[in-house]
Design a protein around this ligand. Sequence first.
Ligand SMILES: Cc1cc2nc3c(=O)[nH]c(=O)nc-3n(C[C@H](O)[C@H](O)[C@H](O)COP(=O)(O)OP(=O)(O)OC[C@H]3O[C@@H](n4cnc5c(N)ncnc54)[C@H](O)[C@@H]3O)c2cc1C
Length: 477
Amino acid sequence: MIATLFNGAFVTENLTEKLLWHASPDRATAPTLRSPRLVFGEALNPPVFILPPSALIPPSSVSRHVIIIGGGVIGLSSALAARRKGLEVTVVDDRPPLHHGCSFGNAGMIVPSHVVPLAAPGMVALGLKWMWNPESPFYIRPRLSLDLLRWGYQFWKASTKERVSAASRLLAALHLDSRRRYEQLAADGLDFGLVQRGLLMLCQTQQTLDEEAHAAEFVRQLGIPANVLDRTETDALDPDVHMSVCGAVHFPLDAHFDPGRFMQSLHRLVQTEGVRILRSKPVTGIEREGRRIRAVRSENETIDGDEFVLAAGSWSTGLGQQLDLSLPMQPGKGYSLTLPNPRCLPQLCSILTEARVALTPMGARLRVGGTMEMSGLNEAISPKRVQGIIRSFVRYFPEFTEADFEGISPWAGLRPCAPDGLPYLGRTSRFENLTIATGHAMMGMSLGPVTGEIVGQLLTGEQPAHDLTLVSPDRFG
Ligand SMILES: Cc1cc2nc3c(=O)[nH]c(=O)nc-3n(C[C@H](O)[C@H](O)[C@H](O)COP(=O)(O)OP(=O)(O)OC[C@H]3O[C@@H](n4cnc5c(N)ncnc54)[C@H](O)[C@@H]3O)c2cc1C
């Protein structure tokens, strides 16, 4: 069956001709890929994808106008890539311009070091231990919810060594690809304060440092450098602050930036390049005709399109249900506080490992954030959780006091968390013109640009550079 090697991919003989247009400069008459669900030829090295016959749609259906639901980092990154590939793009978002949703107040870290998805061995036990402490980094509000129970079961089922190993390879490749795209955006003059000094996993106990050193070995095997540091070496790396730690693991390829600035700059950039952004427009309905989406409805208005992208973060589950799609997710609420004039300023971003708190210098400001609170689809602030973040931070950085945070308003955002800790990224087999890009949980900023590029590729029928089998939006039915 396997006949031809094309651009790193084997394709079945009857598809070869149709695929050759990818090499041609004239794509106007070319067919478009319909389904990204690729069959992975595991025995071959390098990875090989075999496209199923359903992957192609005829030239007459080549997309022109793309409607993207959601204007967070994933929606706007997709808009940029789609526009640059020559498509007409409209983004529809329910919030007012630049309202601070999940893509704005986060820790702004680009994390090739974070290759282990949330669903991993040991996480269920850790979660159960943390659940009972109101200041702990993880909390599930007990409630009678079938969706939550099902999500928990799927999480438990996904937390195996084998799955983590496969997912880690994919995540490493995606993070590194995305990091290169951030570098390019910065080189092109996009203003978002990119700092490439790496990330420190700060550890207060030798036991944690040993565990992190072990985890670092796993990450190193995926080609991502990591250095285990004792206390003196950690201090030497960031000499301007006093850290109460026993050591750290330094991941030099990680980076950080100001996500609010990035979103503003990206918003301006996509508009300059011709993307139409409709704000304060909740998508309230999706109109379909057989296996095609025809339009989205926002209150009394109907917006027609040829292609549709669902990138509505934590709200994508509900919108997917309107289309009978199963995209299970729980919103994982996190908080952040930003000190405008900190007493001192670390030069590197870090994670306070035992406390699971993230720390990011953003220009002259310092952002502290954390917690994963699963309490439903709401952005209400829990003062106890915020207090837990502040307490942890001053334990690691004793030059600061809890009083430094008086008068600082906490921000909350909802991470879209799939039960297996991986995004939903690709075409769904249920519809001919729908691409899903959501579920990035704690990695949405880091994976934003590569996700956008993949969405653009899927919309124009290019072969994505990454195997999307593990992140298929159809994997939960
Ligand atoms: C405390 C914290 C720290 C974090 N730190 C990092 C980090 O350091 N690095 C990292 O990579 N990630 C981090 N994240 C995760 C990251 O912020 C998310 O993964 C990312 O923002 C998700 O982006 P999104 O575009 O999918 O969703 P969102 O940003 O939520 O965007 C979705 C948009 O769709 C809109 N929408 C919803 N429903 C509708 C509708 N019906 N009609 C129209 N529009 C709709 C929403 O209002 C929203 O504007 C952090 C998250 C938190 C909470």
